[in-house]
Ligand binder design. Sequence first.
Ligand SMILES: Cc1cc2nc3c(=O)[nH]c(=O)nc-3n(C[C@H](O)[C@H](O)[C@H](O)COP(=O)(O)OP(=O)(O)OC[C@H]3O[C@@H](n4cnc5c(N)ncnc54)[C@H](O)[C@@H]3O)c2cc1C
Length: 302
Amino acid sequence: MEQIDQLECLCRQYDCPFLRSEPLRKHTTFRIGGSCQALVDIGSSEALQALVSFCNENGIRWTVLGNGSNMLVSDEGYDGVVFLVGKRMARIEIREDCTVYCEAGALLMGVARTVLEESLSGMECLAGIPGTIGGALYMNAGAYGGEMADIVVSAEYLDEDGTLKNMAKEDMELSYRHSVFSGTKRIITGVTLQLCKGTYDTIRTEMEGYLSQRRAKQPLELPSAGSTFKRPVGSYASLLIDQCGLKGASVGDAQVSVKHAGFVVNTGKATCKDVLELCDYVIETVREKTGYQLELEPVVLR
Ligand SMILES: Cc1cc2nc3c(=O)[nH]c(=O)nc-3n(C[C@H](O)[C@H](O)[C@H](O)COP(=O)(O)OP(=O)(O)OC[C@H]3O[C@@H](n4cnc5c(N)ncnc54)[C@H](O)[C@@H]3O)c2cc1C
């Protein structure tokens, strides 16, 4: 039996759906990307641990996907297994002293809605980020002056040596769009947050305020991966791109949004190649005209 067939059997034992040749465009907010060898929808950390060790022992390439909102997948797809840490691993539990435990696949919006019901404050500005709590911690996601670093207490994760461990915030090296998990094979399986008691109406109004700012300023009607470039020290990517007259610039169906210059959007059938060509053009033009060096924010999966 081929190794991939053995993996499928193991997935069945752990009750994890196994989808062969799954198009990754279906799992990314950019709606771009070819297929992976197989996508496994993970239901527990124990399943993840067993399946990852099987892949490691058998030389099968693998990666992790949350909500796919910070991912650009190559047109050729990914020649390996994608472990989806999403809806099937999304339990949220309110605990004592305003702490909240979330399995890594819980969406930030789902967590924000749950804690609102308990009048817990601290997540208002993060609610509109369309990622999972695991994906958000991986890159220390943030918005409107707040970031994951403000509320995280600890995380459970599967370490590169195959053991399940706990890490306190102090050891996470959280900085702008970076954590100790970034660029590693560690998989976050659960996150504990520290919030504080607030007033339902105030939390709700604040959260709604941030969400309406997003709707007004961001091209949410078109597929994208959010801000396409990291914020350069001393300026803003969208400001520089706008100043260089690049709003509306396009390659194929990839376009610098006319609504928000910091977003590259997919206006129809954009390919990964289109997006990367457009990004190169933007980076080069901004560097020539302003001296700032922009850097891509989404993770490119090849
Ligand atoms: C419209 C829009 C608006 C956005 N606004 C913001 C914003 O305001 N602020 C902001 O910071 N970001 C923003 N983003 C980007 C994105 O939502 C965040 O980066 C989010 O944290 C990504 O989470 P995800 O679950 O979608 O991760 P994915 O895109 O699935 O994965 C991103 C990376 O994280 C890794 N990863 C995912 N889950 C795990 C896990 N459990 N363990 C280990 N690694 C994992 C993946 O392997 C990959 O390398 C926006 C995106 C969109 C489309």
